[in-house]
Design a protein around this ligand. Sequence first.
Ligand code: ZN
Length: 414
Amino acid sequence: MNLIDPKVVLDKKEGVVEIKNYINKIKIIKELYTGGSNTASYICQMVGISLPTANLLLSDLLEEKIVVKEGRGQSQGGRKPDLYGLAEDSFYVVAIDLNRFSGRAAIFNTKNRRVTEVYTKNIPLNSESATIDLIYEFGQEVINGSGIPGEKIIAVGITMPGLVDGVEGFNHTYLKSAKKSLKEIWGKKIGRTVFIENDARAKTLAEFKFAQTGELKNVLGMFVDWGIGLGIIIDGKLYRGFSGFSGEFSHSPLFDNKDISCSCGKRGCLESVASGTAVIRLAKEAIALDSESILAKMAQGKGADLDPSTIVEAAIAGDQRAIGILSDVGLDLGRGIAILIQLLNPELIILGGAIAEANQYITTPIQQALNIYSMAKLREKTEIQLSKLGSEVGLMGAVAIVNEHIFEDSINYN
Ligand SMILES: [Zn+2]
């Protein structure tokens, strides 16, 4: 089976039954990819086919070595049924996670496990058309360097900051020079289906899909690095909003700090007081006041390369000013989170990014702010949890996007 572009195969097929069977096979593969291994009777329900048809298609897929038997499932009375799963090597996807300055990439198998090293490349995001090529070249380097047969690498997920319209395939903040959809440009060059998404939304989806149990329905992911990214899951689905720009919370005008300008050019945004950028501004002030502190010593020689993790490390090492900075930032961040709780009533808020590494130095002031600014009835049911995927969350976000959208064209084929 050609999984790089099953739609091309479908276009060549004739006969209603043949087309139907092919689409159902793709549906089975998608079900096993997104839902994990299961029994034939479960698969036939999910795909909407009879059990004999499911058994027939599964035996084809077993023969093609796309599907394998993985032991036995739970008995419903009588013999334990066979468990079917995707062969780990039946296909692979490329995950690329871009931040404002650089990119990370790796290849993942059908079980969402990383099978290559993590590649890194300096790619400053901007609106030059050369950057679009640079991102394509990065993907190609990873594919070529992996040693995996090219026909087994079937899709690429790319996540990045900015106003990303994942459906149409545009980034309206960076890479604005693209005349056509980025999905289309990269897809043609790489020769595989490409999916793009805003990084915070993708990370939230990854935490939701890969690190939580299936019972949660209303979850927010907040990722505080240089800026603040927000992803919203409502009723178990990623909420994109009308134009695909939901979650631009970091530029909400919540504060009256007229003297600090934000990266967006406005003043008073949450990001200007409660992000990695704010942490660095406050750290520089603190270092100027006390050049003998732990923080000042840890920051020595870093100059413009000083990043928020240094302040987090200084706080953990006991630097009072660093602890104070994180406390101030946490209180302001908590004020923002209080609004989200009042507005969306989530059951879980996942906190990730460099600032979340500060652990209780950031969660304690956040909780304190929630006690002050949100209503007890809403707050007491909302759990705040640190990211479980940690530094892998960016790449897993790109995998989650592929996982969610792969084979859509073939499944909706008519
Ligand atoms: Zn702003």
